[in-house]
Design a protein around this ligand. Sequence first.
Ligand SMILES: *[C@@H]1O[C@H](CO)[C@@H](O)[C@H](O)[C@H]1NC(C)=O
Ligand SMILES: *[C@@H]1O[C@H](CO)[C@@H](O)[C@H](O)[C@H]1NC(C)=O
Ligand SMILES: *[C@@H]1O[C@H](CO)[C@@H](O)[C@H](O)[C@H]1NC(C)=O
Length: 504
Amino acid sequence: MKAEHQNLYQPHKGGTLCKMLFPVLLLTLFFPLGHAQSSMSPEFSIIKPRHSRLLKSALQRETSAFLLSDPWAPLENQGWRSCVESRNGPALPEKSEGYIQVFLDGGLNQQRMGICDAVAVAKILNATLVIPYLEVNPVWKDSSSFEDIYDVDHFIDVLKDDVSIVKELPEEYSWSTREYYATAIRDNRIKVAPVHASANWYLENVLPVLRSYGVAAISPFSHRLSFDNLPMDIQRLRCKVNFQALTFVPHIRTLGDALISRLRYPQDPLKVTAAGDKEMAGKFVVLHLRFDKDMAAHSACDFGGGKAEKLALAKYRQVIWQGRVLNSQFTDEELRSLGRCPMTPEEVGLLLAALGFDNSTRLYLASHKVYGGEARISTLRELFPLMEDKKNLASSEERSQIKGKASLLAAVDYYVGMHSDIFISASPGNMHNAMVGHRTYLNLKTIKPSMALMGQLFLNKNISWSDFQQSVVEGHQNRQGQIRLRKPKQSIYTYPAPDCMCQA
Ligand SMILES: *[C@@H]1O[C@H](CO)[C@@H](O)[C@H](O)[C@H]1NC(C)=O
Ligand SMILES: *[C@@H]1O[C@H](CO)[C@@H](O)[C@H](O)[C@H]1NC(C)=O
Ligand SMILES: *[C@@H]1O[C@H](CO)[C@@H](O)[C@H](O)[C@H]1NC(C)=O
């Protein structure tokens, strides 16, 4: 059981778990043209709270005596600090071996990991990196480039002593474009990089291409560099890219700062910047709630929407995955006790209430689309009436630059998430992993729900609020951002210690 739910936090283990975590990824493989977004369907008319007994107690916030600790208390110093250096590894070579180009799939967070790996590969090869090309994801359809999301000059400058990076290829290589590789087989395109390839693989297979052609294009590149058996300076460089070199463009940061100040100073957001009065600042929780139809359907769990919802999800599974969703061979109870069901907004609300967050808690909802919409959110809103999101905190003018752009919207949520007192995700996934890693690096509190525990508690329809609360509190005592050392195969971007952090 234990091993089972740890796997949930570890992408790319393969098999069904992997599929559960990446329904959208799968979708892109089978449905390259995307699919029609379902609009409001009849299946939502009957969404009711599923745990009404718990909900009733939670609304009254019966506090139990054992809840001694303040849920807002920041993490104590755990004795770890960053050990990323101003220069990691040998100085820049006198002569570059050539240019590395990478083309990155996925959403914001998957691409982010690809960028970090690309810098590391360029360092391994003594090559010059061309600013990575971000592919348009067929589901999210955001065509934002690297420069649209990240501060490119800052990126190049922070890494200038580690790797040389250029915005564009020089004139003599201007033929090396995405179209060039998309239209025919090209000898300088590396198409076969294995998942989690070693440094030696790159030295043996890519260096010769660089030397013959001057430029090597690696695609696909996501998850193509191992997390294990790499020199320490390469690991540290990857962390440096992730935690220091990648900053969002100014307009994302400005919008993020505005949202943060409205969350911290709801009465008088203008006062903030001037005074910076820490005493007055209110605290807030960021809840990443990914609960979209892909995920709901893929999990094959029952979400309380009755027969109509069950049918709708079954139909969706049939159309999109054509019977390849292995979860559907399990019953809802089995899936729940294995921790394979994403928590609904109601369930994550109960989790937060049990941890001691009361109805004066300011909650920022970072999410893209909630399956069931307001019908499903309303229970969460009942528990946390001070719930906000980008839409009601920012004016439409402020949002105009990011409107409809999934990566930029996610970037704002990432930025706000990094500045929150508490971050929690309703289900594991790329955003959750990215936040866990980045917040661990800065010793910030991040609640990692125990999906298996929650699944089991929710199955017990008779459980009293105080038993529920006690189990939740105890089960999450050590899931709030305490340092966990990376194990082999785990991502350095989720578990930055001990590769990039040292004991102080
Ligand atoms: C919070 O709960 C208390 C008591 O349970 C209630 O009196 C109060 O009105 C609630 N506040 C909000 C903002 O709903
Ligand atoms: C890269 O450059 C460094 C320093 O110039 C050198 O020690 C190293 O052997 C080079 N690596 C390769 C793969 O050429
Ligand atoms: C729930 O509680 C009732 C009354 O206390 C009891 O009769 C019933 O067996 C319990 N059900 C379960 C599933 O524990």
